[in-house]
Design a protein around this ligand. Structure first.
Ligand code: MN
Length: 306
Protein backbone atom coordinates (compact mmCIF):
# COMPACT_ATOMS: atom_id res chain seq x y z
CA UNK A 1 0.00 0.00 0.00
CA UNK A 2 1.09 3.53 -0.74
CA UNK A 3 1.34 6.90 0.93
CA UNK A 4 1.28 9.51 -1.81
CA UNK A 5 3.18 12.64 -0.71
CA UNK A 6 2.72 16.07 -2.30
CA UNK A 7 5.13 18.77 -3.51
CA UNK A 8 7.98 19.23 -0.98
CA UNK A 9 9.71 22.29 -2.52
CA UNK A 10 12.81 22.17 -0.33
CA UNK A 11 11.02 21.82 3.01
CA UNK A 12 13.04 19.01 4.59
CA UNK A 13 11.81 19.37 8.16
CA UNK A 14 8.15 19.13 7.13
CA UNK A 15 9.00 15.98 5.18
CA UNK A 16 10.58 14.34 8.24
CA UNK A 17 7.57 15.28 10.38
CA UNK A 18 5.15 13.88 7.83
CA UNK A 19 7.08 10.61 7.40
CA UNK A 20 7.12 10.14 11.18
CA UNK A 21 3.41 10.90 11.38
CA UNK A 22 2.83 8.23 8.73
CA UNK A 23 4.76 5.70 10.84
CA UNK A 24 8.01 5.61 8.85
CA UNK A 25 11.19 5.14 10.88
CA UNK A 26 14.81 5.71 9.97
CA UNK A 27 16.86 2.54 9.60
CA UNK A 28 20.49 2.75 8.47
CA UNK A 29 19.80 6.30 7.33
CA UNK A 30 16.73 5.44 5.22
CA UNK A 31 13.09 6.05 6.14
CA UNK A 32 11.00 2.93 5.71
CA UNK A 33 7.80 1.25 6.84
CA UNK A 34 7.19 -2.48 7.37
CA UNK A 35 4.33 -2.69 4.87
CA UNK A 36 3.95 0.63 3.09
CA UNK A 37 5.79 2.65 0.46
CA UNK A 38 5.79 6.34 -0.33
CA UNK A 39 5.08 7.79 -3.76
CA UNK A 40 6.45 11.31 -4.25
CA UNK A 41 4.53 13.34 -6.83
CA UNK A 42 7.53 15.53 -7.77
CA UNK A 43 8.49 19.18 -7.20
CA UNK A 44 11.11 18.40 -4.59
CA UNK A 45 12.87 21.74 -5.11
CA UNK A 46 12.72 25.55 -5.53
CA UNK A 47 11.59 27.45 -2.44
CA UNK A 48 12.51 26.27 1.08
CA UNK A 49 16.02 26.22 2.55
CA UNK A 50 16.34 22.49 3.19
CA UNK A 51 16.80 21.01 -0.25
CA UNK A 52 19.67 18.75 0.76
CA UNK A 53 17.80 17.40 3.71
CA UNK A 54 14.70 16.71 1.59
CA UNK A 55 16.52 15.29 -1.43
CA UNK A 56 18.80 13.05 0.61
CA UNK A 57 15.74 11.49 2.26
CA UNK A 58 13.71 11.11 -0.95
CA UNK A 59 16.56 9.79 -3.04
CA UNK A 60 17.68 7.22 -0.45
CA UNK A 61 14.08 6.02 -0.07
CA UNK A 62 13.72 5.57 -3.83
CA UNK A 63 17.11 3.89 -4.18
CA UNK A 64 16.46 1.52 -1.28
CA UNK A 65 12.98 0.62 -2.48
CA UNK A 66 10.88 2.30 0.22
CA UNK A 67 9.54 4.92 -2.21
CA UNK A 68 8.63 5.57 -5.84
CA UNK A 69 8.63 8.99 -7.43
CA UNK A 70 7.57 10.94 -10.49
CA UNK A 71 9.09 14.07 -11.97
CA UNK A 72 7.64 17.53 -11.33
CA UNK A 73 7.92 20.55 -13.59
CA UNK A 74 10.59 21.98 -11.27
CA UNK A 75 12.86 18.95 -11.79
CA UNK A 76 12.24 19.08 -15.53
CA UNK A 77 13.17 22.77 -15.52
CA UNK A 78 16.26 22.08 -13.38
CA UNK A 79 17.48 19.47 -15.88
CA UNK A 80 16.96 21.85 -18.82
CA UNK A 81 18.63 24.71 -16.89
CA UNK A 82 21.67 22.45 -16.40
CA UNK A 83 21.81 21.07 -19.95
CA UNK A 84 23.79 22.92 -22.66
CA UNK A 85 21.80 23.51 -25.84
CA UNK A 86 23.64 21.52 -28.54
CA UNK A 87 22.29 23.84 -31.22
CA UNK A 88 23.20 27.16 -29.57
CA UNK A 89 26.75 27.50 -28.28
CA UNK A 90 26.89 28.89 -24.75
CA UNK A 91 23.13 28.57 -24.21
CA UNK A 92 21.18 26.10 -22.11
CA UNK A 93 17.91 24.30 -22.83
CA UNK A 94 16.31 26.53 -20.20
CA UNK A 95 17.47 30.11 -20.44
CA UNK A 96 19.63 31.52 -17.65
CA UNK A 97 17.46 34.64 -17.56
CA UNK A 98 17.16 36.68 -14.39
CA UNK A 99 13.63 35.43 -13.68
CA UNK A 100 14.53 31.76 -14.31
CA UNK A 101 17.61 32.09 -12.10
CA UNK A 102 15.66 33.75 -9.30
CA UNK A 103 12.97 31.07 -9.35
CA UNK A 104 15.74 28.43 -9.05
CA UNK A 105 18.06 30.25 -6.64
CA UNK A 106 17.04 28.53 -3.39
CA UNK A 107 18.03 25.21 -4.98
CA UNK A 108 21.25 26.60 -6.49
CA UNK A 109 22.24 28.03 -3.08
CA UNK A 110 22.50 24.45 -1.82
CA UNK A 111 23.63 22.84 -5.08
CA UNK A 112 25.98 25.39 -6.69
CA UNK A 113 25.65 25.38 -10.46
CA UNK A 114 28.16 23.07 -12.12
CA UNK A 115 29.41 21.54 -8.85
CA UNK A 116 29.80 17.77 -8.53
CA UNK A 117 26.78 17.58 -6.22
CA UNK A 118 24.69 19.63 -8.63
CA UNK A 119 25.57 17.30 -11.52
CA UNK A 120 24.88 14.30 -9.35
CA UNK A 121 21.40 15.41 -8.28
CA UNK A 122 20.51 16.46 -11.85
CA UNK A 123 21.49 12.95 -12.96
CA UNK A 124 19.10 11.59 -10.34
CA UNK A 125 16.30 13.87 -11.58
CA UNK A 126 16.78 12.32 -15.03
CA UNK A 127 15.89 8.92 -13.56
CA UNK A 128 12.43 10.09 -12.41
CA UNK A 129 9.45 8.65 -14.26
CA UNK A 130 7.05 11.02 -16.00
CA UNK A 131 4.14 8.96 -14.67
CA UNK A 132 3.41 5.80 -12.69
CA UNK A 133 0.75 3.35 -13.78
CA UNK A 134 0.43 0.84 -10.95
CA UNK A 135 -2.81 -0.64 -12.34
CA UNK A 136 -4.78 0.00 -9.12
CA UNK A 137 -3.72 3.67 -9.00
CA UNK A 138 -2.05 6.23 -11.26
CA UNK A 139 0.30 9.04 -10.35
CA UNK A 140 1.48 12.03 -12.38
CA UNK A 141 2.65 15.50 -11.37
CA UNK A 142 -0.16 17.54 -12.97
CA UNK A 143 -2.56 15.82 -15.40
CA UNK A 144 -3.12 12.23 -16.58
CA UNK A 145 -3.71 13.48 -20.11
CA UNK A 146 -4.18 10.51 -22.44
CA UNK A 147 -3.23 12.25 -25.72
CA UNK A 148 0.02 13.51 -24.17
CA UNK A 149 0.82 10.07 -22.74
CA UNK A 150 0.60 8.72 -26.30
CA UNK A 151 2.81 11.45 -27.73
CA UNK A 152 5.64 10.82 -25.25
CA UNK A 153 5.75 7.04 -25.88
CA UNK A 154 8.65 7.12 -28.40
CA UNK A 155 10.61 9.45 -26.10
CA UNK A 156 10.60 7.40 -22.87
CA UNK A 157 12.30 4.24 -21.65
CA UNK A 158 10.72 1.20 -19.91
CA UNK A 159 10.68 3.10 -16.61
CA UNK A 160 8.82 5.99 -18.26
CA UNK A 161 11.84 8.30 -17.95
CA UNK A 162 12.49 10.77 -20.74
CA UNK A 163 15.41 9.57 -22.88
CA UNK A 164 18.43 11.84 -22.59
CA UNK A 165 18.16 12.98 -26.21
CA UNK A 166 14.48 13.90 -25.74
CA UNK A 167 15.28 16.97 -23.64
CA UNK A 168 16.23 19.11 -26.63
CA UNK A 169 12.92 18.40 -28.38
CA UNK A 170 10.98 18.66 -25.11
CA UNK A 171 12.33 22.14 -24.46
CA UNK A 172 11.56 23.50 -27.96
CA UNK A 173 8.42 25.59 -27.65
CA UNK A 174 5.93 24.53 -30.32
CA UNK A 175 7.02 20.89 -30.64
CA UNK A 176 4.46 18.17 -29.88
CA UNK A 177 6.75 16.75 -27.23
CA UNK A 178 7.06 20.18 -25.56
CA UNK A 179 3.26 20.48 -25.37
CA UNK A 180 2.86 16.92 -24.10
CA UNK A 181 5.40 17.39 -21.29
CA UNK A 182 3.76 20.73 -20.43
CA UNK A 183 0.36 19.06 -20.15
CA UNK A 184 1.62 16.23 -17.94
CA UNK A 185 3.86 18.30 -15.66
CA UNK A 186 2.36 21.81 -15.74
CA UNK A 187 -1.28 21.13 -16.42
CA UNK A 188 -3.94 22.03 -18.89
CA UNK A 189 -3.97 25.75 -19.54
CA UNK A 190 -6.33 28.16 -21.22
CA UNK A 191 -5.10 31.16 -23.20
CA UNK A 192 -6.77 34.35 -22.00
CA UNK A 193 -8.37 36.63 -24.58
CA UNK A 194 -6.70 40.04 -25.01
CA UNK A 195 -6.10 42.13 -22.96
CA UNK A 196 -6.41 39.82 -19.96
CA UNK A 197 -3.43 38.53 -18.00
CA UNK A 198 -2.70 37.28 -14.48
CA UNK A 199 0.26 37.71 -12.16
CA UNK A 200 1.42 34.40 -10.70
CA UNK A 201 2.86 33.54 -7.25
CA UNK A 202 6.32 34.61 -8.38
CA UNK A 203 5.12 37.95 -9.73
CA UNK A 204 5.38 36.81 -13.34
CA UNK A 205 2.70 38.09 -15.74
CA UNK A 206 1.06 35.22 -17.65
CA UNK A 207 -1.42 35.05 -20.51
CA UNK A 208 -2.58 31.55 -19.63
CA UNK A 209 -4.47 30.23 -16.64
CA UNK A 210 -4.46 26.74 -15.20
CA UNK A 211 -7.77 24.94 -15.45
CA UNK A 212 -9.50 22.80 -12.85
CA UNK A 213 -9.80 19.93 -15.30
CA UNK A 214 -11.16 17.74 -12.49
CA UNK A 215 -14.19 19.96 -11.88
CA UNK A 216 -16.95 18.87 -14.27
CA UNK A 217 -19.26 21.64 -13.01
CA UNK A 218 -16.83 24.42 -13.85
CA UNK A 219 -17.67 25.21 -17.46
CA UNK A 220 -17.11 28.97 -17.47
CA UNK A 221 -13.68 30.52 -17.21
CA UNK A 222 -13.91 32.39 -13.87
CA UNK A 223 -14.96 29.24 -11.98
CA UNK A 224 -12.69 26.90 -13.92
CA UNK A 225 -9.46 28.88 -13.61
CA UNK A 226 -7.24 28.25 -10.62
CA UNK A 227 -4.35 30.10 -8.94
CA UNK A 228 -5.32 33.41 -10.50
CA UNK A 229 -4.93 35.58 -7.39
CA UNK A 230 -7.55 38.33 -7.34
CA UNK A 231 -7.62 38.86 -11.08
CA UNK A 232 -11.06 39.22 -12.60
CA UNK A 233 -11.41 37.02 -15.66
CA UNK A 234 -13.80 37.36 -18.62
CA UNK A 235 -17.00 35.34 -18.14
CA UNK A 236 -16.66 33.11 -21.19
CA UNK A 237 -17.62 29.48 -21.78
CA UNK A 238 -14.82 26.95 -21.94
CA UNK A 239 -14.77 24.84 -25.08
CA UNK A 240 -16.36 21.48 -24.27
CA UNK A 241 -13.22 19.80 -25.61
CA UNK A 242 -11.41 20.65 -22.34
CA UNK A 243 -9.79 17.49 -21.04
CA UNK A 244 -11.58 15.59 -18.26
CA UNK A 245 -10.30 12.53 -16.42
CA UNK A 246 -13.20 10.06 -16.36
CA UNK A 247 -11.44 6.75 -15.77
CA UNK A 248 -12.35 4.74 -12.69
CA UNK A 249 -8.70 4.08 -11.74
CA UNK A 250 -7.85 6.46 -8.86
CA UNK A 251 -5.51 9.24 -9.93
CA UNK A 252 -3.15 11.15 -7.63
CA UNK A 253 -1.29 14.32 -8.57
CA UNK A 254 0.26 17.46 -7.06
CA UNK A 255 1.11 20.85 -8.57
CA UNK A 256 -2.07 22.87 -7.96
CA UNK A 257 -1.55 24.65 -4.56
CA UNK A 258 -4.87 23.61 -3.12
CA UNK A 259 -5.95 25.47 0.00
CA UNK A 260 -7.94 24.66 3.11
CA UNK A 261 -8.55 21.21 4.53
CA UNK A 262 -7.42 18.48 2.13
CA UNK A 263 -10.31 16.74 0.39
CA UNK A 264 -10.79 14.53 -2.63
CA UNK A 265 -11.82 16.21 -5.90
CA UNK A 266 -13.97 13.30 -7.04
CA UNK A 267 -14.29 9.65 -5.97
CA UNK A 268 -11.33 8.82 -8.22
CA UNK A 269 -9.28 12.04 -8.21
CA UNK A 270 -7.11 13.43 -5.41
CA UNK A 271 -4.58 16.26 -5.35
CA UNK A 272 -1.92 16.14 -2.62
CA UNK A 273 -0.34 19.56 -3.23
CA UNK A 274 -1.26 22.12 -0.56
CA UNK A 275 2.14 23.80 -0.64
CA UNK A 276 0.98 27.32 -1.54
CA UNK A 277 3.73 29.82 -0.79
CA UNK A 278 1.31 32.42 0.57
CA UNK A 279 0.02 31.08 3.87
CA UNK A 280 -1.06 27.96 5.68
CA UNK A 281 1.11 25.79 3.47
CA UNK A 282 0.86 22.11 4.31
CA UNK A 283 2.76 19.02 3.30
CA UNK A 284 0.05 16.49 2.55
CA UNK A 285 -0.11 12.74 2.04
CA UNK A 286 -2.95 10.48 0.96
CA UNK A 287 -2.82 7.19 2.81
CA UNK A 288 -4.14 4.75 0.23
CA UNK A 289 -5.54 1.51 1.67
CA UNK A 290 -6.43 -0.24 -1.59
CA UNK A 291 -9.76 1.53 -2.12
CA UNK A 292 -11.10 2.35 -5.56
CA UNK A 293 -13.38 5.03 -4.14
CA UNK A 294 -11.22 7.67 -2.48
CA UNK A 295 -11.97 9.00 0.98
CA UNK A 296 -11.39 12.41 2.61
CA UNK A 297 -10.44 10.71 5.87
CA UNK A 298 -7.31 9.25 4.30
CA UNK A 299 -5.46 12.57 4.07
CA UNK A 300 -2.65 13.11 6.59
CA UNK A 301 -0.66 16.33 6.79
CA UNK A 302 1.71 18.57 8.70
CA UNK A 303 1.80 22.35 8.72
CA UNK A 304 4.87 23.53 6.92
CA UNK A 305 7.43 25.44 8.93
CA UNK A 306 9.16 28.38 7.26
MN1 MN B 1 4.47 21.72 -9.99
Amino acid sequence: MYDIIGDIHGHGTALVELLKKLGYTEKNGVFCHPDRKVIFVGDFIDRGSEHKKALTICRSMVEQGSALAVMGNHEFNAICYATPDPENAGAFLRKHSESNRQAHQAFLDEYPFGSAEHKDIIDWFRTLSLFLDLEAIRVVHAVWHHPSLSIIQPWINVNHCLLSDAYVEASRRGSDLYDAVENLLKGIEFRLPEPYSITDQNGKVRNEVRLKWWDEQATRLPEAATNTGNTELPDVDLPNTIFRYRDSVPLFFGHYWMQGAPEILSPSIACVDYSSKSKNGKLVAYRWQGEQTLNDDHFVWVDRVG
